[in-house]
Every structure is written in C-alpha cells, then in structure tokens.
Design a protein around this ligand. Structure first.
Ligand SMILES: [Zn+2]
Length: 354
C-alpha cells in the first residue's frame, strides 16, 4: 500500500492522508503525480480534474492553499516534501540510493569500496535549484520530474533531508547494529568485548524507571535492536546515548559519537538551532570526515554523507523535529490500526481522515 500524507504546519491538525492506493509495484511517476488529485477531498472546490490533474492540484494548492473537507478553508502554501531517500529519488527523477551521482545537495561522485557505494568527498560544489532544473550534472537525473512544472517549485530546497530516516533509521541504526553490537565490528578494528555488549544491553532497559511520561515508547534491550522504531533510535541519539555508551565504546569512538550527539541536540533545540547552526554543521562534517579512520573506508555511505547537508533544514528557521517524518510515521501507525491493509482500505482511510 502506498501512502501520501500532508501536515498543515503551525496548526492543530495532525498529518492527514491525501493519497492512499493499493499496489503491488511502484507506479509510474506520472501516475504518482496524479495521486495528488486525491486532494479533491481536501482541496479548494472547483479544481478541475483534467489532464495532469495531480499537478494542477498541486500547482493550485501552492497558490490557493489547502481546504479541509467541507467548507472550512485553510490557506497554506506547500512548504516542503518529506520522504525517505528512495521516495525522493522517485518523485524527483534522480539517481537512486547507491547511484554514482545520487547526492541531492552536492555533485559528489560515488566510489565503490568493498562492493559498497561511498561518497567520501565532502567539499564538492553544491547543487542549486537552477542547476537542478538545467540538469547541469546529467548523470544525476533519470528524467524530468513532473513536479518541476509547478509554479515556483524549488527542487533542491523543497526536499528536506529528513533526520528521522537519515539519522535515526540510517546512521544510528547502522552504528549500533553493524559496528558496535553487530558482527562486522572486528573487521574494522573496533574493540568492544562481548561483556561490554552485554552491559550495554542491560543499561538501556535499566533507564526505564527514570523516564518521564513524555517518552511514549519505553526502552527495550538490545536483543530486540533490529526491531527498534525510529523513536527509539532518536532516544539513543539525543538523550541516553552519552550515558549508556560511556565506558563501553573505546574513548575515541565515544568522543566521535558525541560529535553526532551534540550537533543533533543543537539542531533539535528551538533556542539553539538557528544561532548555532553553523557550529552544528561543523560537528557533523567533522564526524563524517573521521568516519574512514574509525569505521573503515567503506563506511561513508549516502546516509553518512547526507550528515554534511542535513543542517540545511535551518533554511526554514526551525528545528530538525519541526520538519521530520515523525508525525507521518505516527499517523501511519494510527491508519494501520483503523483498518486492515485490504483492497478496500484506501477509501476507508481517507474517509476516516476527513
Ligand atoms: Zn553531497
């Protein structure tokens, strides 16, 4: 089942479904664009459903704003798109995850190391909205995205590098599962004894009784690490990581992790994110530049590389949390509870979201 959600920012509304469909395979990009025609339930009345209905709806939505089902109109321009990496590549018609020229923010060319695509260079020229529209680096593009025909559409700026996918489900999960607790740690010279791993597993659940109610998902042992949700990796990144990893990771690796922790705390703080954005950016870059030294030359995969660009969200003068995939993940969970994933589910979900 494919789902597309929207959220009206600075409002009481939670994320809402604007498109849900049953499919056994990914649709063509044109069909995907038409999916936005499902906005007819939430878009201004009178929007024509002609050719390119989805684009027209989006185009109109930018100018007119969304309207909820019924007559209560809420004027809001489209602020940005928040997707995971494969979805961004799909709707932007760009090289996919692992492509040589897949970085959405700079023109770095990937290299193949140990059968992995890595993006080591952190100083390549940046992409601009105009260079994207002009397809200056032809290899980055697989076609012309229908979204580029939307008035004033900014194909680079409008697509957020979402920290839920990149940092929580990407970087932190990889570090924990692949390097610190997982099997290949010895291959890259990381020395964490099995006793230390056991201690680490016990530390996380032991924090449970100290957690305030604001943390909805309680901690689990590392035996269930592969099943951890994004919010659990976020908890490790932003809150308990420095506590549970202290004395477990070798000193240099621990300090290396603190670079990531500090940068993320800054960008998640409403009072720090704007004045210290440049400092956070330097911390992320320093973390990235040290990766090959600590985790091997094949560690600079695209999620790690995107760390040097993730602070771009500050262009919107907000924290990482303000523009992240978390509200949509929560909404997806609720949608799944409302209905089983059957062929009739799409309409049911949309009706219940109206
Ligand atoms: Zn890049």
């Amino acid at each position: 089942m494919l789902r597309r959600l929207c959220k009206i920012s600075a409002s009481k509304f939670t994320a809402r479904a604007i498109g849900v469909c049953d499919a056994t395979s990914r649709p063509a990009i044109q069909e995907c664009a038409e999916d936005f025609s499902s906005l007819q339930g939430v878009c201004a009345p009178g929007v024509d459903a002609g050719a390119d209905a989805g684009l027209y709806t989006l185009h109109r939505a930018r100018r007119v704003g969304f309207a909820r089902a019924g007559n209560a109109r809420v004027r809001r321009p489209i602020k940005c798109f928040i997707c995971d990496t494969p979805a961004r590549a799909f709707v932007k018609c760009t090289a996919g995850h692992g492509g040589f020229y897949c970085c959405e923010r700079c023109t770095v060319k990937g290299e193949t190391v140990n059968r992995k695509r890595v993006y080591v260079n952190s100083d390549c020229p940046l992409r601009s909205d105009q260079s994207f529209l002009d397809q200056t680096q032809r290899e980055h593009h697989t076609g012309i995205s229908p979204l580029t025909r939307i008035l004033n559409f900014l194909p680079v700026k409008f697509f957020i590098l979402d920290y839920m996918h990149i940092l929580c489900l990407g970087v932190i999960k990889k570090l924990l599962l692949f390097y610190w607790v997982g099997r290949p740690k010895k291959k890259v010279g990381i020395s964490i004894s099995s006793n230390a791993v056991q201690t680490l597993s016990e530390r996380l659940p032991s924090l449970k009784r100290f957690l305030p109610v604001e943390f909805p998902r309680k901690t689990r042992g590392f035996l269930e690490l592969a099943k951890f949700k994004a919010t659990e990796f976020r908890f490790i990144l932003l809150y308990c990581g420095p506590i549970i990893l202290d004395g477990i990771l070798p000193k240099q690796l621990f300090k290396h992790f603190l670079l990531l922790h500090c940068a993320s705390r800054i960008l998640c703080s409403p009072s720090l994110c704007v004045p210290y954005a440049e400092y956070a950016k330097k911390l992320y870059r320093h973390f990235f530049d040290l990766l090959p030294k600590y985790y091997g030359t094949d560690s600079a995969e695209i999620n790690m590389h995107n760390l040097i660009h993730i602070s771009d969200v500050i262009n919107f003068k907000c924290t990482l949390d303000n523009l992240s995939g978390f509200p949509y993940e929560n909404q997806l969970g609720q949608m799944k509870k409302k209905t089983s994933l059957s062929c009739q589910a799409s309409g049911t979900i949309l009706q219940k979201n109206e």
